[in-house]
Design a binder for this molecule. Structure first.
Ligand code: NDP
Length: 434
């Protein structure tokens, strides 16, 4: 704790795992006295580097690039790149740590990592984004590779950025390999990868609802965020007969009482992915909806909440508001969006609560499927990938139930942490102290 006292998000993520895993370790002779968790919290390698780039006016800027290679016990490091001004060591270490457990849960052979930069893509031209991505990869390329470390997208890094990053990797290394996931379909990408995190989150929530003999049909759903994860979570909720009431971005949220249907969602995708503007523009086309500047959607009456924007976006008071309004299930599409106070409130009230490392694992799982397709040099159909994704999410749900059941309540946080831990810990034990 002392060594990382200046890294609050990282401590928060470790604390949550320690609270559930340490009591488990204490009861298991094979793990005791091996300091396994102590070894897991120290990254195998953490790299920072300078990224200088020139803007359209000819001015030179300097940002900091990072790659945290957290754990490679069960496979090459795997995890996204985030471009956002808030990026720092604490945030990336928390994300990399969570990624180790998440990747273990997918049942695929992937270690954990995360990276990115404090570069702010908002308001930048396409040419500026390209120059930044190229200069970022000019350094990162020496630390990654298809059998070493395979980055993907995250906040601020979507298909466009992955394209520029891949282009520079290929130029420098002179090889066409599956070194990044989230690639375009014509150059090694996988069908369903763009949809996978959002779809997977809803598949997981559906499995939770099924334990109560319930479903999404007719449910009122509030979603935060309007990026990759939020858009496809909304799409899958609509497929399953639910009503999506809200979406948001860092400027506020929109509340459409009539529901955000497929046509309206297509407009959101246009605003966010092509026009790249604020979510408030939604009400220009749909004036019956409301825009709440600077607020989050957690006061809107709903049955299910899907936080899909960023860490710590749902605090204890937000959780109380959701519970008071009768919310019965929360599944995290984002990483660690609920604060510890919010998680405690959900557990105390015994509603269904899925932590991101379980419910949003569909993205990295499908990245794992992209890696397999690249290695085999084949492409699976949309249906094949979606079936595998569904199967993986069902498996993750079921393993959480088997490790997390306490009486007649399933503590999915405990289940995910212990199930994720066991596989990595066993591999580390087998490989010795290295
Ligand atoms: P995008 O960049 O596509 O979208 C992010 C969304 O969250 C935007 O609506 C953005 O609003 C909002 N947001 C970001 N930062 C903040 C902030 N500080 N305060 C309020 N809103 C914010 O990212 P993704 O959809 O890919 O990622 C969303 C979450 O899901 C992240 O926690 C990410 O780690 C997690 N995740 C993503 C996966 C993936 O496959 N993409 C896989 C697993 C987890 P604005 O545009 O105003 O910034």
């Amino acid at each position: 704790k002392a060594r990382n006292s200046h890294e609050p998000e990282f401590l928060q993520a470790v604390q949550e795992v320690a609270e559930t895993v340490l009591p488990y370790i204490a009861g298991q002779e094979i793990y005791s006295g091996k300091n396994i968790l102590l070894r897991m919290v120290e990254p195998e390698r953490a790299i920072t580097f300078r990224v200088s780039w020139v803007d359209d006016q000819g001015e030179i800027h300097v940002n900091r690039g990072y790659r945290i290679q957290m754990n490679s016990a069960i496979g090459p490091y795997k995890g996204g790149l985030r471009f956002h001004p808030s990026v720092n060591m604490s945030i990336l270490k928390f994300l990399a740590f969570e990624q180790v457990f998440k990747n273990s849960l997918t049942t695929l052979p992937m270690g954990g990592g995360k990276g990115g930069s404090d570069f702010d893509p908002k308001g930048k031209s396409d040419a500026e984004i390209m120059r930044f991505c190229h200069n970022f990869m000019a350094e990162l390329c020496r630390h990654i590779g298809p059998n070493t470390d395979v980055p993907a997208g995250d906040i601020g890094v979507g298909a466009r950025e992955i394209g520029y990053l891949f282009g520079m990797y290929k130029k420098i290394r002179n090889e066409f390999t599956g070194v990044l996931t989230g690639k375009g379909l014509s150059w090694g990408g996988s069908l369903i990868r763009p949809e996978a995190t959002g779809y997977g989150t809803v598949y997981f929530a559906q499995s939770m609802l099924e334990t109560k003999r319930d479903s999404f049909n007719g449910k009122k759903v509030v979603i935060s965020g309007s990026g990759n994860v939020a858009q496809y979570a909304a799409e899958k909720v609509l497929h399953l007969g639910g009503t999506v009431l809200t979406l948001s971005d860092s400027s506020g949220y929109i509340h459409d009482k009539e529901g955000i249907d497929e046509e309206k969602l297509a407009h959101v995708m246009y605003l966010k992915n092509e026009k790249r503007v604020r979510i408030s523009e939604y009400i220009e086309k749909y004036p019956n909806a409301e825009f709440h500047a600077g607020e989050k959607p957690w006061n809107v009456v709903c049955d299910v909440a899907l936080p899909c924007a960023t860490q710590n976006e749902l605090d204890g008071d937000d959780a109380k508001a959701l519970l008071a309004n009768g919310c019965m299930a929360v599944a995290e599409g984002a990483n660690m969006p609920s604060t510890p106070e919010a998680v405690s409130a959900f557990h105390e009230s015994k509603i269904l609560f899925a932590p991101g490392k379980a419910s949003n694992a569909g993205g990295v799982a499908t990245s794992g499927l992209e890696m397999s397709q690249n290695s085999l040099r084949i492409s699976w159909t949309r249906e094949e990938v979606d079936e595998r994704l569904k199967g993986i999410m069902k498996n993750i749900h079921d393993v959480c139930v088997s490790y997390g059941t306490e009486g007649n309540y399933v503590n999915y946080v405990k289940g995910a942490n212990i199930a994720g831990f066991v596989k990595v810990a066993d591999a580390m034990l087998a490989q010795g102290v290295v």
